[in-house]
Write a protein that binds this ligand. Structure first.
Ligand code: ZN
Ligand code: ZN
Length: 223
């Protein structure tokens, strides 16, 4: 089956995303937009993926738990997982490699944790946006170790992108897919929405064999 997808979305847990980007609001907007498979990819955390997948299911969408990892080199890499448990295990691993710098909400924005009923249950005190100690060359294998799949984000962008930081494409990175054109590899296009208005109308299609997060990951691996 073909599904309309957007596999790079930020919730109110990302400091740079709007506070009204709750998982419920994102999924309601995605449904209105005609999307069918959506992934939550907050910066360096999977803290809201459980709420997100519950809201996606309630809307009849395929919810994919994920993260946008910031590597040691300040390269953004989208990591997707087949289930919330794997994503949360990965999140704990990343948290141990994230500098313990307190967030200053008045400067960086608030980092709101959301429960499955879509209401706030707390805030993340550590600033989530910074570089982790995880190197870009280990990222693809690391995500796979947690059952997931990783691809470099917005590689055509001037900052926080693989091409901007490394200046070249190295097959030794181990990636098989990118986000947006610019490398020899196949690519997909996601919105990277940080506000509700940034969620696009359904346009991009992915062919999947099973209507699950694993089905989406399998389809990405096959591209
Ligand atoms: Zn990014
Ligand atoms: Zn992003």
């Amino acid at each position: 089956m073909n599904v309309f997808y957007d596999l790079h979305l930020h919730s109110c847990l990302s400091p740079c995303a709007d506070d009204d980007m709750t998982p419920g609001s994102i999924c309601a907007m995605a449904k209105l937009a005609g999307l069918q498979a959506v992934a939550l990819t907050d910066h360096n955390t999977c803290g809201n993926v459980r709420a997100f997948c519950a809201q996606a299911e309630a809307q009849g969408l395929i919810g994919v738990p994920g993260m946008e990892l910031t590597t040691r080199e300040e390269i953004h890499v989208v990591c997707l997982f087949p289930a919330c448990g794997e994503a949360e295990d990965f999140s704990r691993y990343v948290y141990q490699r994230l500098p313990d710098i307190p967030n200053k909400p008045h400067i960086f924005g608030s980092q709101i944790l959301i429960g499955e009923d879509d209401s706030p249950v707390g805030g993340e005190p550590r600033l989530l946006f910074g570089a982790t100690e995880i190197g870009v060359y280990e990222t693809a294998a690391l995500a796979a170790r947690f059952g997931g799949f990783a691809f470099p984000a917005h590689i055509d962008r001037g900052a926080f992108s693989l091409l901007a930081v490394l200046g070249l494409w190295d097959p030794a990175l181990g990636f098989t897919l990118t986000e947006r054109a610019g490398s020899p590899l196949p690519y997909i296009v996601n919105s990277d929405a940080h506000h509700l208005g940034g969620i696009p109308d359904a346009e991009r299609v992915l062919k999947i064999t099973a209507p699950t997060a694993q089905g989406v990951i399998d389809a990405l691996k096959a591209l």
